[in-house]
Each structure stands twice: as structure tokens, then as C-alpha cells.
Design a protein around this ligand. Sequence first.
Ligand SMILES: *[C@@H]1O[C@H](CO)[C@@H](O)[C@H](O)[C@H]1NC(C)=O
Ligand SMILES: *[C@@H]1O[C@H](CO)[C@@H](O)[C@H](O)[C@H]1NC(C)=O
Ligand SMILES: *[C@@H]1O[C@H](CO)[C@@H](O)[C@H](O)[C@H]1NC(C)=O
Ligand SMILES: *[C@@H]1O[C@H](CO)[C@@H](O)[C@H](O)[C@H]1NC(C)=O
Ligand SMILES: *[C@@H]1O[C@H](CO)[C@@H](O)[C@H](O)[C@H]1NC(C)=O
Ligand SMILES: *[C@@H]1O[C@H](CO)[C@@H](O)[C@H](O)[C@H]1NC(C)=O
Ligand SMILES: *[C@@H]1O[C@H](CO)[C@@H](O)[C@H](O)[C@H]1NC(C)=O
Length: 918
Amino acid sequence: MFVECRGTYAWSSKVCLIFLQVFALTISMEESVALASDGVFGNSESVINRKPARRKLDDIAGSINIDCGLPEDCKYIDAETGLQYTSDASFIRSGINKNISSKFSSTTLHKSLTNVRSFPQGKRNCYTLRPPEGHGTMYLIRASFMYGNYDELNQVPQFDLYIGVNMWDSVKLDNASHLVMKEILHAPSDDDIYVCLVNIGYGEPFISSLEVRHFHDSSYKTESGSLALYRRLDAGSTTNEIVRFKDDAYDRIWFPYNLPDCESLNTTVPIDSHAETEYKLPSKVMTTAIRPMNSSASLDFDFDIGDSTLEFYVYMHFAELEGLQENQTRNFSITLNGNPWGEANIVPKYLHSRTVNNKQPVRGSKLKFSIYKTLNSSLPPILNAMEIYMVKGLLQAPTCQEDVNGISRIKSFYLVEKNWQGDPCAPVQPWDGLTCSNNGYESPRIISLKLSSSGLRGTISPSLLNLTALQFLDLSNNSLTGELPEFLSRLSFLTALNVTGNKLSGSVPPDLIARSEKGSLSLSVANNPDLCPSAQCKENKNSVGPIVAAVVSSLVIIFLALVIIWSLKRRKKATKSLVRSPEETWSLKMENQRFRYLEIVSITNDFQTVLGTGGFGTVYHGCMLNGTQVAIKMLSQSSKQGMKEFRNEARLLMRVHHRNLASLVGYCHEGTNMGLIYEYMAGGNLQNYLSGADISTSPLSWIERLQIAVDAAQGLEYMHCGCKPPIIHRDVKTANILLSEKLQAKIADFGFSRFFSIESETHATTAVVGTIGYIDPEYYISNRLTEKSDVYSFGIVLLELITGKPAIIKDEDNIHIVQWVRSFVERGDIGSIVDPRLQGNLNTNSVWRVLETAMACLPPISIQRVTMSHVVMQLKECLEEEKAHDQTRRMEEQATKSSNLIDLYSLDLELEMGPEAR
Ligand SMILES: *[C@@H]1O[C@H](CO)[C@@H](O)[C@H](O)[C@H]1NC(C)=O
Ligand SMILES: *[C@@H]1O[C@H](CO)[C@@H](O)[C@H](O)[C@H]1NC(C)=O
Ligand SMILES: *[C@@H]1O[C@H](CO)[C@@H](O)[C@H](O)[C@H]1NC(C)=O
Ligand SMILES: *[C@@H]1O[C@H](CO)[C@@H](O)[C@H](O)[C@H]1NC(C)=O
Ligand SMILES: *[C@@H]1O[C@H](CO)[C@@H](O)[C@H](O)[C@H]1NC(C)=O
Ligand SMILES: *[C@@H]1O[C@H](CO)[C@@H](O)[C@H](O)[C@H]1NC(C)=O
Ligand SMILES: *[C@@H]1O[C@H](CO)[C@@H](O)[C@H](O)[C@H]1NC(C)=O
């Protein structure tokens, strides 16, 4: 692999630095705004950017109720809800209507389930929903599926469901009568909402019904993403029936929920009958509740999630159902997985609902709730209803809006018959005839449009101009008329234009001809009887002279160009033999740094001193002939890496030089003996320091911790920004941050984990490399690795520096440090998280600022995380301030000793320190 790093060559270092400065500037401006508005810990509403609704919401009749598969123009009033359901014909143009098998049809089955729309054709098919309230407001979207053997194949299919360009969920059905409902609370960024069904090769997708409801209040706030329904429970239901519209004004569907050790209580008096509340909870749900049978016991229940990386928002709804006597009280608190959750002392209001929810998402492979009465409460706790939602980070951005507008107008201009629905580029595959660029999670662009033999009529559409990233345009074999317009030459990225086989007239614009002659555009205009292939012919159709002249002059130009290229090449060769290219210097250096196995044996004194063992092998202490101390990592023999890869990696590592990266002195590769020789770091690793395992070291002071953080951050920043392509460490953790005698920190093992990923099975999984507690949750789920994964891990390191606790806190029920910190931060209790070894000698502002920086590294969605450059900047500022503080403190101490000079000193100090602090 060819890696180029800042500082490797003089020129690249300068260029990169300038770039970095500009970059850092833009980042800092944008992000400080973002941080300010979010307050980092605050309850940001980035997704739900609400604007006033245009129509009153509880007018639910105006919501969208689609019975998929109902014949066109049919509609009916649903007997149960009184809502009108319509055919889906105007929402989608593909698919076929089918009735489910009569065997599964029954009078009790909801009518919308008796027919389906099935999609035998196309990999993806999308519904376009356009609710009147428009974008930026919160909708509940519900899709229902019941197979009912509609295709007589007796084989339930499995397929994927997308909201817009992002995966919503997989649809898996257990049997033909299994009804699966998927629900999501979603605030779309565009007026059109696409719901797409994607064929994944396990049978044809189908859908039974699609419903859209609108919330007119900001009830369900989230920090990020949309919310997919996990559970919505009506606790203590006495009827065992589901509740929905009209009992629920928003048509949420509530399922009955009762627990074995609980009894249900109820009231006949309606709840919230006088005051409308934010969540508009249905009275029918709130008039029942559960409480523990044993009135001194707690109300315990749990949900098995299985996947501890998923994030949830929980809403618990309470209302007091009993008129309490003067000497009676009902107070309770809640824990989730053993940690305090929600509010501390909950007192339900008589016949009025109140909702308790978490401001930050919660995680855990199990969600274990316990509602327990507080000491002064005479009555047991109750629960009336609860909802659990799973965060869906909708990471993929839709196609660039300008491209969408352009292609949509082209579609209507030519009345394109193809199956063009949903977003042009995503999900899964673009529209037929389009090719899109892959920009990761960023908006894709349309780069190629192929509409040959598509029966196009009329002129060439000016909307093509809006596809500004277009490189390839094929309109051949249609019936296009009019001129080949001048404006096509404004598509600056166009490299191929094919309009053969049309009825175009006039002449080819000179700009296009020029580009074609230069060789930057492949131009095909044949078989247009009235089109003249040259600009000149308009005036002088029969003259051959100018054409010959043009051909001759272009030949001359080409010849000249060839001569120039040839001579340049020769000159290059000549210089090459005089000056060694950096590449060559490198391979020479490589050889100098290659060690024989016997040399290693001697350097390590026959592997006498073991410094440590890791997932990849054992690390030994060594001493080179010149006295330099080294640490030699011998890779375990089971490694399957080939010589070439190993050399490449060693080469990569030796190329990377930065004072905050542990430098590689050399390597050894002989047969199965492979080793890497690093400079020796006498201070050991940061983990040892923080854990206090090594009692010979004194605890790190705050300023030392800050210095270490700055050092490590700079090392990482260099790997991300100073190297091209960027190097992603993948295993940033305190154990991989080494300290010199003077506590200078260096990052070790960089670029290494990527190479030896196969051996990392000891860690989380085979596919994902890293260490539990530090792994970026998004990378863990998606396997998609970016620099932001390192940023996440570094955030954990910062938290460890602040708290002195490990990433997974064993003595606190294996809680993750992020959760642990959040539980205190939510209560504003920063004092309790700071490492007790730092107490008394601390500037809280500085800690708070580092904590904010850490939290800015830790959003679950990678694009919301800050960059390492930003982190470096923040930490450096903190360090400077702290140094200034420290100095002030020390000087003040001195000043107090010689009390006569107090005034003089502090005066001087202010003058001096003010401008220098930064
Ligand atoms: C489905 O059944 C209805 C009658 O219940 C019938 O009118 C309709 O034509 C059937 N649709 C199909 C696609 O067979
Ligand atoms: C179909 O699957 C559902 C959900 O797993 C289950 O409750 C139901 O009993 C099954 N029905 C039959 C007939 O197997
Ligand atoms: C309400 O609770 C009472 C006991 O308090 C019980 O007798 C009654 O059946 C319950 N009502 C309903 C509708 O279940
Ligand atoms: C009721 O719960 C309390 C506390 O959990 C327990 O000490 C007591 O034994 C329980 N009583 C009964 C009858 O189960
Ligand atoms: C509460 O007061 C009522 C009378 O108002 C009495 O009957 C009851 O025993 C008292 N309960 C408690 C727990 O003190
Ligand atoms: C499309 O391109 C035209 C001409 O450049 C421009 O005026 C118009 O604003 C563009 N439309 C959109 C939606 O970008
Ligand atoms: C242009 O389109 C025609 C008809 O589709 C095709 O035969 C020809 O190869 C194309 N030319 C180029 C350069 O792609």
C-alpha cells in the first residue's frame, strides 16, 4: 500500500498543513454552532425540526389509509375505526393486485388484509406518500403484512423494508396467517416520503396496508434518527383487546399487557377528560394499570433485546386511579438495568396522565425495569402504559436534490415509462438507466443517464443541465427533434454523448466539437439525417476546404502534443537517474531496518524479559548494540500473513513519523518468525497508570492527563489527516497509549490491527476488530470503517482520563463508561464522575470542557461525531488554560509566602498572562 504522510515530503507537508488550517477553521465554526445549540448533553431536536402544522391534526380522517391491492378507485369505511381506506393505485405504479387465499379470509379479519399488492418485477418498488402537512414534522408510518398464501405457493417470502433511502426493517413472517406490523415515527426531510420494498432473493415482496398519521405536537423527541416501534403496551388491560382509533386520537395501537405477580386496577372515571396533554393518551388505556400483588414488592419486568448495540427510548405513562386518603401516598422511583432511570420521585396525578422518559437513548442486551416504592410511600407503585422505541439512525443521505429535481423533470418531460419511483439512486440500486456515484453516506450524484431506444420524442430537455455531475449521456435511437443544443457544452464533466439514430437537425455546437477533438469527449452524432456534424457546414455546406483545414490543424496539434509528451518523458528519465526518488530511498532504508532472527535473539538476550502479551503475540524488552532500548513484538506463529503483506505493513509503519506515534525501529521476517521492533517506552501504558495497578507510580495529575490527551489526539490526528490515504487505527485504547519516562504519550499499534485482523478473534467478533468497550457501535453494526470509529474510541479514552475508570466498569455491574457518565451528567452531578485521586486540586471548568469534547466524540451516529482536528484544538486550549492557571496558582502561593509583594505580583501576572493564555 502506498501511504503518504505529512512530513514525508516537504511539499506535501506544507500543502496538507494549509489544507488543515482551512479545514479546522470551517469545522470549528460549524461545530461550535452545533455544539452551542445542542448543548452537547442537551435534548437536541436535530431531526424533528418542527414547523406549525397546516391543518389540525386530530382530523385523522385526512390521514393516509391505503389498502394495498384494492382495485383502483375502490374505497370503503373500515367498520372498526370508521376510517376510510383507499386503493393504492395512485401511490405506486408497479406491482399487481392479489386476493389472499379464501382459507385465510374470514369475516373477523381486517378488510385491508384480505388483499395485497405483490411485486414480481424489479428489485425495489416504492410507494410515494405525500401527506399534506409536508416535511419536517413527525409522522407515524405503519406498514402491515399478511401473506395469506395469496400466490398459492405456500411459501412465506422474506424481504426488506426501506424508509426513503434507509433500511427500516426486514419483514420476516412465521407463517401464512402471521400478521406483521412495522411502525416508525419519522420526520421526513422532504415532502415526499418513500416506502420501498426490496427483493433480497427470498421470494416476492408484498404489502397489505400502509397508514400514515401525523402528530401535531413534539411529543416524541429524539436526539437522533427516527424511532421504530418495539413495544406499545396497555398495562393491566381488563378486556385483553387492542386499543386504537377512535380511542386513541393518533391511532397508535396498544397491546394488552399483564404480569403474573401483578394485579390490575381500574377506574370508570375518564383520564385527562378536562385537560389535553402532550401525548394525547387514550383514556381507555390509562384507566387501567398494574401494581404488584405484594404491596411492598417492586414492579419488575424486562425485555430481551439480544443486541446490546441497539438504542432505545422508553416512555412510561402514569395516572393515579385511586382517590387517596390523607394518610396515603404513592411515590416511586424506577431503575433500568440497576441504574436510576427517569425522574427520582414519581407521584402520579389523580386522573391525569404524566409521562416519564429518558432524554438520552438507553442500551443493553436486556432492558430490565424495576419500579419500586420509595420509603415514605404507603402504596405500591403502578404502571398504566408504556412504549419502547428503537432508534433508527438514518445515515444514508438521499440523492443530491438538484439531481432529483432535474431527473424528475426529465421523467415528466419525456413521460418515461420505466419503473422510475422513489429516490433516483438509492436504496439498493438506481433507477433503470441511471448510474450514480458512491459517496458513502453523503448524497449520491447521477453520473450517467442512458435512455437509448426509449421512444423519446420532442426536443432535448433543458433539465439535463441540472444534472451537473453527468459524465455519460446516451440518448441514441429515439425520435428526438430540434437542434443539438448549445447548453450541453455547459455540462463540464461530460465525457460521452451519444445521440445517434435521432431526428436532430442543425449543426453540432462548436464547443462540443472542440472537446471531442481534444479527446475529452466521445461524441457520437451519426444517423441524424439533418444534423451536420461540424460547426462550419451551417454557412457553407459543400465546402471541403475548412474541414480539411480543421483536420490538418488538429493533426498538427496532436503531433505537437506527442512530441512534447515524449520529450517530457525523456527529461523525467534523465532526472530520475540523477536524483533518487523517495520510493527508492525508502526501499534502501527498509533493508537497513530489516533484522535477522539471530539478531533479535541477541537483542532480547534470548527473549529474557517479557514486557507484555497481547492478541497478536508477546512483547519482549531488548537492547540494541548501540545501547538503545527497544520493545520487540514477536507475532504468534499461527499467523497466516504472507511475506509480502507483512513487508508492506512494516513499510507503511516505518513511513509514518510523528512524535506522538511510537516509532518502528525495524522488523524481522524469517520463515515463521515475524517481529516488529519499536522504540521502548519506559513509562509503560496509560491503562496501567489509570488502573493504579502499578503502585510504584503516583497518580497522574489533571495537567498530566491533559498533556497525555493532547499528545495522543495529535498522534491520531496525524494518522487521519496527515496521511494519504488516512490510516485508521481501529484499536484506540488506553492500553495502546504508551508513555515515555517524562510521560510523553505515543500511540502504538497503529495500522497494525487492520493488518492482523484475522487474529483478533479474542476481541468482539471475527468481522469487527477492536476491543470491547471501545468499539464504535455504528462500525459494529455496519462493518463500515471510517476515521470516526477512532474518534469514538478516543472519546472513551478521554472519559477514562477524567474518571479513572475502565471502559467497562466491572464493579458497577459491567456498565459501559458512557452510560455510567451519562447517568451522572443527566443529574448535573459532575463531581461524582471525576477520578477521586484528582480531588481538591482541580479546575472544574477544564474538566467540564474535556467532558464535552469526549461526549462530542461519542454520538452513536458517526457523522455527528467531531473530527480529531477538532478534538486536538479543544484539548490544546484546555491545556494552555490549565497551564496558565497552574502558573498563577504557584505564583500566588509564592506571593502569599512573601506577603509584601502580593499586590505587585498579581498585577504583573494579569498583564502578562492575559494575552499569552492562548
Ligand atoms: C378479489 O376478490 C374480489 C371479491 O371479493 C373480486 O372482486 C376481485 O376481482 C378479486 N381480485 C383479484 C385480483 O382476483
Ligand atoms: C403463525 O405464527 C404466529 C406468530 O409466530 C403464531 O402465533 C401462530 O400460532 C402461527 N399460526 C400457525 C397456524 O402456525
Ligand atoms: C375494575 O376493578 C374492579 C375491582 O376493583 C373489578 O371488580 C371490575 O371487574 C373491574 N372492571 C373491569 C371493567 O374489569
Ligand atoms: C413481599 O415483598 C417483600 C419485599 O420484597 C418481602 O420481604 C416479603 O416477604 C413479601 N411478602 C410475601 C407475602 O411474599
Ligand atoms: C388511614 O386513615 C383511615 C381513616 O381515615 C384509617 O382507617 C386507616 O387505618 C389509616 N391507614 C393508615 C395506613 O394509617
Ligand atoms: C436547473 O437549471 C437551471 C439552469 O441552470 C436553473 O435556473 C434552475 O434553477 C435549476 N433548477 C434546479 C431545481 O436546480
Ligand atoms: C451510440 O449508440 C448506438 C446505438 O445505441 C450504439 O450502437 C453505439 O455504439 C453508441 N456509440 C458509442 C460511442 O457508445
